[in-house]
Unconditional design. Structure first.
Length: 490
């Protein structure tokens, strides 16, 4: 069996990558060793930048309908309420930032919606198919599956989690630290509504005997995420339904009988680590296979989605638009520094919370300020810019355009050349580029801005000098192959 890309692991990372490749006409085989999608709530917060990615991928309306705003925190001591507060700063949407706040939605629901979008685009997931081995050569990768199949592909992407079998097979180390040696339990519960717990708050018993616990209402129905810490580092965490019911009753005013059903449970110890490299020849690491985080700050799933979004367009350009294979070198160059910064942020938030120094989380967790100014793929040719000017490598802001928005213009697997206050240069027709002009828009200043398919400014200039060279480097300098064109609504 032949394909363009084998993706190992159908979590958020693998699903986002498969969606992005599908709309680019790239053949991808997404294999998942489990017989179904992940069933739990683990990564339950979608940051504003991830919502922008989902907007581009065509899944955001369904995600917004299934999610909700984060509830206010409510502190308890036993059965006594102690007061409410907001863990997150709340902002109003603006022209530049249409999705201003984190969205609460369990990971299982996010994955269901991503999977549905993948099916719409003609893709699928091969469940019950584990990667049992692989070998690579100068021309591609040969992957062996537990189904007995052998698959030949140009590239293989490991999106198979923190215990990645692909990473281990490559001998790539993980450098990091234990953020907190004490174990934690996380479970999804269906609760009957009594006199204590309601769905209006995220309930916290920080001083519960044996370790603090929290109950966060998940959107829709009667499901809550239950998180319990353990003060004893050597504690063995029992994830059986009976043990989860007992633990809840021991540490809160609820009784075990109020747990209608334990839907899913797992245990973990918070760790922060990053792969020593994100690429080995034709094999690339993404998501938790490349970096693992404390859940504090809601960065893990979101950073993983950004990995896939960064990698997807680059694979598409190499495989479908004859971009130099060296374009893939920019994946590690861009994503590894971002992952390192995010790991530090997650660790600081976790330790501050554990020490009772928790502070309100603001723009630092939203991932809107992450960029690639130092990347070799970011070319800023203008001079004399103000310190706060938009530059190559920055996220391209939204704003009004025609009867809609700039994000409507950017949406899709193409580059966008935006002229603000200057004329569009004459250029040869290239199906991979969409052009537009604004007389003025303050967030952009003045100039030409080539917006990459992942929504970052790749090249910026006062005129078209040097643009052709950049377009050739990213495979956007010629007509798209007719067989590779995707539907306009993709």
């Amino acid at each position: 069996m032949d394909t363009d890309v084998v993706i190992v692991g159908a979590g958020p990372t693998g699903l986002v990558l498969a969606i992005d490749l599908a709309r680019r006409g790239v053949r991808a085989l997404l294999v998942e060793k489990a017989d179904r999608l992940f069933p739990g709530s683990r990564g339950k917060g979608l940051q504003p930048r991830t919502q922008e990615v989902f907007d581009d991928l065509g899944v955001l309306p369904a995600v917004l309908a299934a999610g909700s705003a984060y509830p206010r925190m409510l502190a308890w001591e036993g059965a006594e309420r102690q007061g409410e507060w907001d863990m997150l700063e709340r902002s109003e949407p603006t022209e530049q930032v249409p999705y201003a706040n984190v969205l609460l939605i369990p990971q299982s629901r996010t994955q269901e919606l991503l999977y549905a979008r993948l099916l719409e685009l003609g893709g699928t997931v091969r469940f019950g198919a584990a990667l049992t081995g692989f070998r690579q050569d100068e021309e591609g990768v040969t992957a062996e599956l537990s189904t007995g199949e052998t698959v030949r592909a140009a590239y293989l992407v490991a999106a198979d989690g923190g215990r990645s079998t692909v990473r281990r097979a490559l001998g790539i180390g993980m450098t990091g630290e234990t953020v907190d040696p004490r174990p934690m339990l996380v479970a999804d519960l269906r609760l009957s509504f009594g006199a204590v717990v309601d769905r209006g708050n995220w309930h916290i018993w920080a001083k519960a005997p044996g370790g603090g616990v929290a109950l966060c209402p998940l959107p829709g129905g009667d499901t809550f995420q239950f998180i319990a810490g353990f003060e004893d580092e050597s504690a063995t965490v029992d994830t059986s339904p009976e043990a989860v019911r007992t633990l809840l009753a021991e540490r809160t005013p609820l009784t075990g009988d109020e747990v209608v059903e334990v839907l899913w449970a797992s245990d973990f110890r918070a760790r922060a680590a990053m792969a020593d490299r994100f690429r080995d020849g034709r094999v690339l690491l993404a998501g938790d296979a490349a970096h693992v985080h404390s859940p504090a700050g809601g960065q893990g799933l979101n950073t993983s989605v950004q990995d896939a979004y960064n990698l997807g367009w680059k694979l598409g350009q190499v495989l479908r638009h004859e971009a130099p294979a060296a374009l893939l070198d920019s994946y590690e160059d861009e994503r590894q520094p971002v992952a390192a910064d995010v790991l530090g942020l997650s660790t600081r938030i976790h330790r501050a919370s554990a020490e009772g120094r928790g502070t309100q989380r603001g723009s630092e967790v939203q991932q809107l300020g992450l960029g690639y100014r130092e990347s070799a793929l970011s070319r800023e040719t203008r001079t004399g810019l103000a310190e706060d000017a938009l530059r190559a490598g920055d996220r391209a802001p939204d704003g009004p355009y025609g009867g809609g928005r700039l994000f409507d213009l950017f949406r899709g697997p193409h580059f966008t050349l935006l002229a603000v206050g200057v004329p569009l240069p004459a250029m040869e027709s290239a199906e991979a580029i969409r052009t537009a002009r604004l007389d003025a828009y303050e967030p952009y200043g003045t100039g030409l801005f080539l917006i990459r398919p992942d929504g970052y400014v790749g090249w910026a200039g006062a005129n078209g000098d040097g643009l052709d060279t950049y377009l050739a480097a990213v495979g956007a300098d010629g007509p798209e192959h007719a067989e590779d064109r995707v539907p306009a609504d993709a």
